[in-house]
Write a protein that binds this ligand. Structure first.
Ligand SMILES: Nc1ncnc2c1ncn2[C@@H]1O[C@H](COP(=O)(O)OP(=O)(O)OP(=O)(O)O)[C@@H](O)[C@H]1O
Ligand SMILES: [Mg+2]
Length: 359
């Protein structure tokens, strides 16, 4: 969104509040078709409290983590694209009559001033035309208006610069995820109403696409940190122990049954939050739309039985999102079990790398 578009190999760099992920892709030709191959990949956890609820608290620690990640994963390409998420990013769908580009720019500014709950001067505004294709006339333009707080962009750009990388563009998580969905599940993306949920540490990003067109984007302020906080408070354990328990490590101090009960309560809260977004989408027009497939990604997608809980709640097939489903990786160089274990973490980073390769 916010940055120049050009076709060159960039590293998709996802600075989450729990861990930093990086993916570098290259395009390979096979007959007439192009496909993506992972060139380099890396994951590095952040120190506790370096980023809290999407706010960078310890910039030095974050930039140091980025540097370490590049070193360890042997990523030499310094050109990166990052993304931001959470409540300082606003994405709105608006409909405008077809018009010339100059006029459109003016209208976008007007719409931004009236649609965004932050002072216009404090935000960066960009847009993408969804429908009809740019240049077609005579119909309404369906536009995605994106506004992000300048201070958020500045803080995230700052750590990238401190890590001595070249920032080529700033995206939003939701768009990166949409790219990853389209490339990895082209049939479902084209033919169905799909919801992709990326449940991270502090944010759950929801993308709903209807037969090839993104319809709704939402960032909810809930994720793994909410679960960890709840484990900490209920069982009076430290953050590290709480995290281990969330990941399924047996605890001497807390009976398994009690932990499972608490996790069940937390999953219920998450499902209820998600339900509000689904209901909003399904009730939006009179056509009685129904979400037909759910994809789950992000770190919390690894929680035991979480896909089953979604299926039970919404009565819809729910599968773990695999951002490497159609992305090739060389099994001689990179361990396949790494991908199986880590896939859910890499939706955003892969989507960022895909987009900037000019798909
Ligand atoms: N096996 C597991 N089971 C349950 N939860 C897990 C597991 N592994 C990681 N998590 C949780 O997933 C979260 C991290 O996910 P992810 O890396 O997607 O978040 P992030 O991108 O760093 O954060 P955000 O985007 O919300 O700022 C953490 O809260 C972590 O505790
Ligand atoms: Mg994330």
């Amino acid at each position: 969104m916010f940055g120049l578009k050009r076709e060159k190999a960039l590293v998709g760099l996802d600075i989450g509040s729990h861990a930093v992920k990086a993916v570098e892709l290259r395009v390979r030709k096979k007959g007439k078709a192009d496909f993506f191959e992972v060139a380099r990949i890396g994951y590095e956890p952040l120190p506790h409290d370096a980023i809290v609820e999407g706010t960078i608290i310890d910039a030095a620690a974050v930039s140091e983590t980025i540097r370490r990640l590049f070193d360890k994963s042997k990523i030499v390409n310094k050109d990166v694209v990052i993304s931001i998420s959470g409540n300082s990013v606003i994405i709105k769908r608006i409909s405008l009559p077809a018009m010339e580009k100059d006029e459109l720019t003016e209208s976008i500014v007007w719409e931004a001033k009236h649609n965004i709950p932050y002072p216009y001067e404090e935000t960066h505004v960009d847009y993408a035309i969804l429908r009809p294709a740019a240049g077609a006339d005579g119909q309404n333009l369906e536009i995605l208006l994106v506004a992000a707080k300048k201070d958020k962009i500045a803080a995230y750009s700052g750590v990238v610069e401190q890590a001595r990388k070249n920032l080529e563009a700033v995206e939003v998580d939701a768009f990166a995820l949409t790219n990853a969905l389209e490339v990895n599940y082209p049939d479902d993306f084209r033919d169905k109403i799909t919801a992709l949920l990326n449940v991270g540490a502090s944010v759950t990003t929801i993308v709903i696409c209807e037969r090839g067109v993104p319809q709704l984007f939402r960032d909810l302020s809930i994720g793994g940190s909410y679960f960890i906080e709840s484990i900490r408070k209920n069982f009076n354990v430290g953050p590290e122990d709480a995290e281990d328990m969330l990941r399924g490590a047996p605890s001497k101090a807390v009976p398994a049954y009690d932990l499972e009960t608490l996790l069940g309560v937390n999953v219920k809260s998450l499902l209820e939050e998600v339900e509000k977004t689904f209901t909003f989408f399904e009730a939006e027009d009179k056509a009685q739309k129904k979400i037909e497939q759910i994809f789950l990604g992000g770190g919390l997608a690894n929680l035991k039985n979480i896909a089953g809980s979604f299926e039970q709640k919404f009565g819809v097939k729910t599968i773990l999102f695999d951002p490497f489903r159609t992305v090739f990786y060389n099994e001689k160089k990179l361990n396949p079990s790494y991908y199986q274990e880590m896939a859910t973490f890499f939706g955003v980073a892969t989507g960022l790398a895909i987009r900037q390769r000019g798909t």
